[in-house]
Design a protein around this ligand. Structure first.
Ligand code: G6P
Ligand code: ZN
Length: 541
């Protein structure tokens, strides 16, 4: 087996976004797009020679090919050992779990998360550091910088490995160990959660549906829910991962889980409806006739986590991304713990968890997690809900309503305008930003602007500053509107408008109707229709 050094040229635009480098499959397929990016990653890993890396992906189209290339490049670059999930599969939280458990140097995760897959879909490559979490900005910036100076990449000339076979194989000097992608993750869940109580819950007739959306959580959910916890066969639907996710869009929200929502709102709905995304880090929770927003889910989990063995000692603190509703803030206040507000992107939670400041965290974008790994974890969130219901009794809707009774309700919605002209979207944000000083104190319809700013975050652990993280209008009434451009899209720009109003008394209003005046106000302030030509959002969550 010989190492080939292949001359190459920098490729423009290999800049990792909110969560790694995401592009069309066709872009990644065109050599040396993948090779360049992987070489840039490897070049930035000081002292990786002889060390262990974890590699796996969500099974989407091009996963298998990409993994073979990455293994051969890792071998050529002197990596000592690679742990790879069987058939190249590892959910994102499971990859994080494996990196931590085996104290690996880091890991390369192949996924475009919830973006559609297949030859026409998206692909992505993300580097995670030794704590199991997404690389912080200084690392992704170094990787990007390296892509702009690269002159060659190294790859081993060798036959493809058989990744269906568990155990060790050799690739020149490097050991490739094919591991069971589910086992370590199941063991971790069993440590944290009261499997015995959940088993009793199912034995007592509790019914749930878990929609794996033909993505990576299928094998994990089947093994745990139906295998270990005794949920009836058929609890997990769409449980076989497919390279194109069955043509679906594996994003667990009301829009893409319409069938689940219909089931949960109809007669004969099961007790709990849940779903996870392409790579297994997101989750959707739906009770009988009641959809639980991710922001509310985080608040309910924070208020009840002590009912699970892994959190019985209480929470060190909680964190949420800025656009996430402030429901969890009220729980933190009651518990007497800190609530950290970070920019969008899971990577910002890593330092807080490493420093022991935060146990539970979450985002409005359907991510919930805890310090057990350094990624958000879809199935874990579902299991924690089950644990809480098993111990408390009652159902999802009852638990949420009791929560609102105690803490009040943060009505919340997000309106997305997708596929916008990038220039027009940037101009909209620039103009808003320029008007911030003038908006301060202004009366807009029924509302008065108390604070208007562009969110900036100083990491309390390493002091790093992230600016320009979203425009906030905080009103005197306590309501809030946030404008942000998505950092995860692959085509054009997506404008996200986040709208929130806290309410103590009227707890059973329809969210969209209740928030309609604020939504209208958001459209007017930003001139959305005039600037984008759109009369309404493409997706409402
Ligand atoms: C990914 C990240 C999340 C983030 C989400 C939305 O899933 O892991 O941390 O909240 O993308 O990002 P966006 O920039 O599209 O709003
Ligand atoms: Zn994901």
């Amino acid at each position: 087996m010989t190492i080939r050094t292949v001359p190459t040229r920098p490729i423009l635009g290999q800049k990792p976004g909110t969560s790694g480098l995401r592009k069309r499959v066709s872009t990644f397929q065109e050599s040396p797009y993948l090779e360049n990016f992987v070489q840039a990653i490897l070049d930035c890993l000081d002292g990786v020679e002889g060390q262990t890396l974890v590699v796996g992906g969500d099974g989407r189209f091009f996963n298998r090919r990409a993994i073979q290339t990455i293994l051969k490049m890792a071998a050529a670059n002197g990596v000592g050992r690679v742990l790879v999930g069987q058939d190249g599969l590892l959910s994102t939280p499971a990859a994080s779990c494996v990196i931590r458990k085996y104290r690996a140097y880091g890991g390369i995760i192949l996924s475009a998360s919830h973006n559609p897959g297949g030859p026409e879909g998206d692909f992505g490559v993300k580097y995670n550091i030794g704590n199991g979490g997404p690389a912080p900005e200084k690392v992704t910036e170094a990787i990007f910088a390296r892509t702009q100076t690269l002159g060659a990449y190294a790859i081993l000339e060798a036959a493809d490995l058989d990744l269906s076979r568990l155990g060790e194989q050799r690739l020149s000097g490097m050991v490739v160990e094919v591991i069971d992608p589910v086992a370590d993750y199941v063991a971790l869940m069993e440590e944290l959660l009261d499997f015995e109580a959940i088993r009793r819950l199912f034995a007592g007739g509790f019914k749930m549906r878990f929609d794996a959306m033909h993505a990576i959580t299928g094998p994990y959910a089947s093994a745990i829910l139906e295998g270990r916890l005794g949920a009836p066969a058929g609890t997990v639907v769409n449980g076989t991962p497919l390279p194109d996710f069955g043509g679906g869009h594996p994003d667990p929200n009301l829009h893409h889980c319409a069938a689940l929502a219909t089931l949960m709102n109809g007669p004969g709905a099961p007790d709990l409806g849940a779903a996870s995304d392409g790579d297994g880090d997101r989750n959707l929770i739906h009770g009988k006739g009641l959809y639980v927003t991710p922001s509310d889910s985080l608040a309910v989990l924070a208020a009840n986590a002590h009912l699970a063995p892994g959190y019985a000692k209480g929470l060190a603190g909680v964190a949420r991304s800025m656009p996430t509703s402030r429901a969890v803030d009220r729980v933190a206040e009651k518990l007497g713990i800190a609530c950290h507000e970070t920019p969008t992107g899971w990577k910002f939670f890593g330092n807080l968890m490493d420093a022991g400041k935060v146990t539970l965290c979450g985002e409005e974008s359907f991510g919930t997690g805890s310090a057990h790994v350094r990624e958000k974890d879809g199935l874990w969130a579902v299991l924690l809900w089950l644990n809480i219901l098993a111990v408390r009794g009652g159902d999802v809707a009852g638990l949420v309503r009791a929560h609102w009774q105690e803490f009040g309700r943060n009505y919340y919605t997000r309106h997305d305008y997708e596929g916008l002209d990038a220039g027009a979207a940037a101009a909209l944000m620039d103009e808003l930003r320029a008007r911030l000083p003038e908006l301060q104190g202004q009366k807009l319809g029924e509302e008065t602007v108390a604070t208007a700013d562009d969110f900036s975050y100083t990491d309390p652990v390493d002091g790093s500053v992230s600016r320009g993280q979203g425009i906030r209008l905080l009103f005197a009434s306590g309501a809030r509107i946030v404008f942000r451009l998505s950092g995860t899209g692959t085509e054009g720009a997506t404008l996200r408008v986040y709208v929130e109003r806290y309410e103590k008394g009227r707890l059973e209003e329809d969210t969209q109707a209740f928030l309609a005046p604020l939504v209208r106000l958001a459209g007017e302030v930003a001139g959305i229709e005039a600037r984008t030509g759109r009369r309404g959002p493409d997706v409402i969550t």
